[in-house]
Design a protein around this ligand. Structure first.
Ligand SMILES: C[S@@+](CC[C@H](N)C(=O)[O-])C[C@H]1O[C@@H](n2cnc3c(N)ncnc32)[C@H](O)[C@@H]1O
Ligand code: SF4
Length: 356
């Protein structure tokens, strides 16, 4: 549900055009529903999508590979590492121009004048404040932000039974001239599952979803109740948008930029390729046989450690003659066709053996 202009950060996000920059896992707030993975939570690590950021080059490279049109800075609490967040914004704006839209998430507790001035000064376009359960904290944040030049929104999860929190935040946002309130469907993740279960929350009745049952109803009830009293944009973001829409679209944008000559792209934007896994012997000898005896074009043969990668159909066609190939190359081989995400970590989605 959207009432009013769709926030610009959301517009680019649903197209999969936003680079997700995880600034740090550090955060002092401790929400019981915190979705941040245990691996990142509390750790001072930075990622651009799945890629660890070790230098500015990593950040820019990842943005280029997905043809990003903007970025969202998240965490943890990015404001606990203000200088890092400021440098990230500066780097992206310098590299991709002023129109590269950047929004940043921060808990209300961290909204302070000096930090906001710095972020405004470096060109942050939009700030999304995660409200506190304590209304005085939210009011203080709203007062700090009142005269800033950025687009402003509150963003919060819809916790079943907590309609009043949403109503209160919507009214505060309206009072202080915010642009929008974004309410997310509450999600189960690895890190909050125990706390959610302890509070007797359950998953919606759908194998593919991690959403909490009753969250959508809470969001929609509260938003429609407050709609006549406030003039700001009211937006509900269902959890499937993150996976089904945002991630899948980003994958499609990336695939064409990262696929090597021997890798094919399927209709969902996943990479499909053939793998010869060399159990014993020298992968270079196998590559040599493929290129010089079997006349597989050189650009379709890629040696990566103990693997020789090639087009999926090459592996398929050689399936019946693997023992001849083993003999000619003096290698013991296993053959696979795999499907993987075109992400930095190349997560394998599916792999099937061509010979057991
Ligand atoms: C995951 S946080 C990331 C940024 C930062 N940690 C924060 O909380 O502001 C992004 C937004 O998701 C919302 N959120 C937090 N926990 C959630 C959950 N379990 N399910 C859905 N949304 C959640 C928060 O309201 C926050 O505005
Ligand atoms: S503010 Fe964000 S990162 Fe911090 S505990 Fe809450 S949800 Fe987790």
């Amino acid at each position: 549900m959207v009432r009013g202009a769709f926030p610009k950060g959301c517009r680019l996000c649903v197209c999969g055009a936003k680079l997700v920059v995880f600034v740090t896992g550090v955060c002092n707030r401790g929400c019981w529903y915190c979705p941040v993975s245990p691996r990142k939570k509390g750790s001072d690590v930075s990622f651009a999508n799945e890629r660890p950021i070790r230098s500015e080059r990593d950040l820019v490279k990842e943005a280029e590979l997905m043809d990003a049109e903007g970025a969202s800075l998240t965490g943890g609490d990015p404001l606990t590492r203000l200088e890092r967040a400021v440098n990230i914004i500066r780097t992206l704006k310098d590299e991709f121009g002023d129109d590269f839209h950047i929004h940043l998430y921060a808990p209300a507790e961290s909204v302070r004048e000096g930090a906001i001035e710095e972020l405004d000064g470096v060109g942050l376009d939009e700030l999304r404040v995660h409200p506190s359960p304590d209304s005085t904290v939210n009011r203080r944040a709203a007062e700090v932000l009142e005269d800033s030049g950025m687009d402003l929104g509150f963003e919060m999860p819809a916790i079943p039974g907590e309609e009043n929190w949403i109503l209160e935040v919507a009214k505060l946002a309206d009072e202080y001239g915010f642009d929008f309130l974004n309410v997310n469907e509450l999600e189960f993740t690895e890190s909050n599952a125990e706390e959610l279960r302890r509070r007797r929350f359950e998953r919606v009745d759908d194998d593919l979803s991690d959403a909490v049952a009753g969250s959508e109803r809470t969001a929609l009830t509260a938003l429609s109740e407050v709609a006549n009293d406030v003039g700001i944009t009211l937006h509900y973001c269902p959890s499937e948008v993150k996976d089904a829409v945002q991630f899948r679209k980003r994958i499609k944008r990336m695939a064409k930029n990262v696929a090597r000559d021997h890798e094919e792209i399927d209709e969902e934007g996943l990479i499909v390729k053939g793998i010869f896994e060399v159990i014993s012997g020298d992968p270079e000898d196998l590559a040599d046989v493929l290129i010089n005896i079997l006349e597989v074009p050189e650009e379709w043969v890629y040696v990566d450690g103990s693997r020789v990668e090639t087009k999926p159909f090459v592996v398929d066609e050689l399936a019946d003659v693997l023992s001849d190939l083993e003999e000619a190359s003096r290698c013991e081989i296993r053959a696979w066709i795999i499907r993987e995400y075109p992400t930095w970590d190349r997560t394998v989605v599916e792999r099937w053996p061509v010979r057991g």
